[in-house]
Ligand binder design. Structure first.
Ligand code: WTA
Length: 574
């Protein structure tokens, strides 16, 4: 790929180099990408082999794979060490009879052990399910129950959130850290690793065998288990090359946690398939800490999210001069709309235009992107990467003319497309209701030059700080509170977070609205489900708008909130 993006930065919109894109599309072949993988010749597939072991076999064993740091720990792990550690962990799982197709979940803060156990899980052919550390009891239980996980890797601190008595299939808990409690089914990670052999026979798989599950929210029902297969690695490797622009000597930092899809597809797979050094920073966001992480590690490629960039923008440009960010070559964003003013600020502050990328948990990898060699239009998500066709369809599945809003759809298949919604084939089919297309649930339009512009969600899914939250999951938790009779939850526009969660609540007999009650309800969701799902704003109402069948009309709540016309109310209760 040649690197024309520096020139493109000179003007905001250049049309002159579009031909580069047309050529790339013209020349493109997935087969050619596939020929990179060892399985192209051997037929034996395993993501962990391609991401780690093969680099060792090719003489890169001493290269740093992981540069880990948090406030109390700093560690560099080479590819050879990562291979050895994950081989050991694979043997730990095998010792307990865990293997191909079993679901093994990981619930812990970022640490080298998280990455070792994730890779070790893949090595024995099990399907890994990473859970975000902020999940509380209900969120953890729903996911472990639905997936039928047989093992969980976690820490003593998080163990109380795992309701083992309600999870009969969950046989083994592997505990990482100090002061490991003893008991039935409780295993000590460190002790097990000390005893494990480094000699592991990798489980060779088929391209369509399972690899990873991420739970994500829709507008109805509990979170869905989005199931991805080994074949997804084609997309991870390829987009790592052309979108992240990864080159041999890069030091790459993706700020996402592996509990979300960005933290695995682009926090683990894409960088390691491309054999680059991967920076992982544990702990919470702080501008000083983040700039320090960029400077200290000499990060060259940085993938983050609009909320983070907005917070960095809020922290001001002055502090940036205290850090040496001269190694940065390429900056990218995902998860929510990237405001044009943030793109412009990024250009001034870092000398880098932030490249927006669009994709979803379900798509497994990037699909519509701004990448080197392409003119950027600030505010646009970019164009489909070569090998992918996107379109705007009306509700009947017909392509609409340019600049017309409609359903953002992707032509099927592409390598990292999800292969199942776990236990829910009907939900899966809904995405593919128009033959030949995947319907994203986002609305967008395409301009005359084939650039896509995000407009919003078609359903009620909330996007707060780039995290996808299903209103149903929050509402279900809210009505468990003794004071709450009914609850309806919407996303309320917010300058920093994109959206915040707002709950409309009607109270049970005997309860009066008060600030204390609001605080208590907030805490109840935060402690039961997770902090990011708790409503930052609560409004009490005597009655909530409902359909005759009793469904709360979030559309009306949203209209109230935004002072918009409420639209067709013919189905409302009274
Ligand atoms: C939204 C994250 C605008 C969108 C990888 C999508 C975006 C949902 C962008 C998926 C973007 C993601 N511009 N909106 N560049 N990227 N979204 O599954 O609504 O957590 O459907 O995947 O985030 O969120 P998910």
């Amino acid at each position: 790929m040649n690197h024309t993006h520096k020139e493109v930065l000179a003007s905001e919109v250049t049309h002159s180099n579009l031909s580069h894109y047309e050529q790339a599309v013209e020349r493109f072949s997935w087969k050619e990408i596939e020929s990179h993988f060892t399985w192209y010749d051997t037929g034996k597939v395993n993501m962990a082999y391609e991401a780690i072991d093969r680099h060792v076999a090719e003489g890169l064993g001493d290269k740093t794979a992981l540069l880990y740091s948090d406030s109390s720990r700093e560690e560099a792990v080479t590819f050879a060490q990562m291979k050895e550690q994950s081989d050991k962990f694979g043997n730990v799982l095998r010792k307990y009879g865990i293997g191909k197709g079993d679901r093994v979940f990981i619930f812990m803060p970022r640490s080298p052990e998280l990455y070792v156990s994730l890779l070790g899980t893949l090595k024995v052919g099990a399907v890994v399910g990473p859970l975000f550390e902020a999940f509380m009891e209900t969120a953890v239980k729903d996911r472990l129950e639905d997936s039928g996980a047989v093992a969980l890797i976690t820490t003593p601190a998080l163990l109380p959130r795992v309701k083992r008595e309600e999870l009969p299939l969950l046989k083994h808990l592997i505990l990482v850290g100090e002061d490991i409690p003893e008991g039935e089914g409780l295993l000590n990670y460190q002790k097990e690793m000390e005893q494990a052999s480094t000699d592991l026979q990798i489980e060779w798989l088929d391209r369509e065998d399972g690899m990873i599950m991420h739970y994500t929210s829709g507008s109805t029902g509990k979170p869905k288990g989005v199931y991805h297969v080994q074949n997804a690695m084609i997309q991870h490797y390829y987009t790592g090359k052309v979108v992240l622009d990864l080159r041999e000597d890069d030091v790459y930092w993706c700020t996402a946690d592996p509990g979300w899809v960005t933290g695995t597809s682009y926090g683990i797979f894409a960088p390691w398939l491309n054999g680059v050094t991967n920076v992982i920073r544990g702990g919470r966001f702080s501008p000083q800490d983040w700039y320090n992480t960029l400077a200290k590690n000499k990060v060259t490629v940085w993938y983050s999210a609009p909320t983070a960039f907005r917070m960095l923008m809020g922290a001001g440009s002055d502090m940036i001069s205290e850090y040496d960010l001269s190694h940065l070559r390429h900056v990218l964003s995902v998860g929510e709309p990237l405001n044009p003013e943030v793109v412009r600020w990024g250009h001034k502050a870092y000398g880098q235009r932030i490249h927006d990328t669009w994709w979803m948990t379900e798509t497994g990898g990037q699909l519509i992107c701004n990448y080197p060699g392409m003119a950027i239009k600030p505010g646009s998500m970019g164009r489909p990467i070569p090998g992918v066709k996107a379109a705007i369809l009306d509700d009947q599945g017909r392509e609409v003319p340019p600049n017309t809003m409609g359903n953002l759809a992707i032509q099927t298949p592409w390598p990292s497309m999800m292969r199942q919604i776990w236990n829910n084939p009907a939900k899966y089919e809904e995405y593919f209701r128009i033959p030949g297309w995947y319907i994203s649930g986002d609305s967008a339009y395409m301009d005359e030059e084939g650039y896509f512009w995000f407009q919003g969600r078609i359903d009620d899914v909330i996007n707060s700080s780039g995290e996808r939250i299903g209103p149903f999951e929050v509402e279900s938790k809210l009505v468990e509170h003794p004071a709450v009779a009914e609850a309806g939850v919407i996303g309320k526009p917010d300058v920093t977070r994109g959206e915040i969660i707002k709950a409309f609540i009607s109270l049970r007999e005997g309860y009066e609205p008060s600030q204390e009650l609001k605080d208590d309800i907030y805490r109840f969701v935060k402690e039961g489900l997770s902090a990011h799902a708790a409503p930052r704003e609560i409004e009490f109402k005597d009655k909530l708008p409902k359909t005759r069948s009793g469904k709360i009309m979030r559309r009306v709540l949203k209209a109230w909130e935004l002072d918009l016309p409420t639209g067709d109310l013919s189905t409302i209760e009274d």
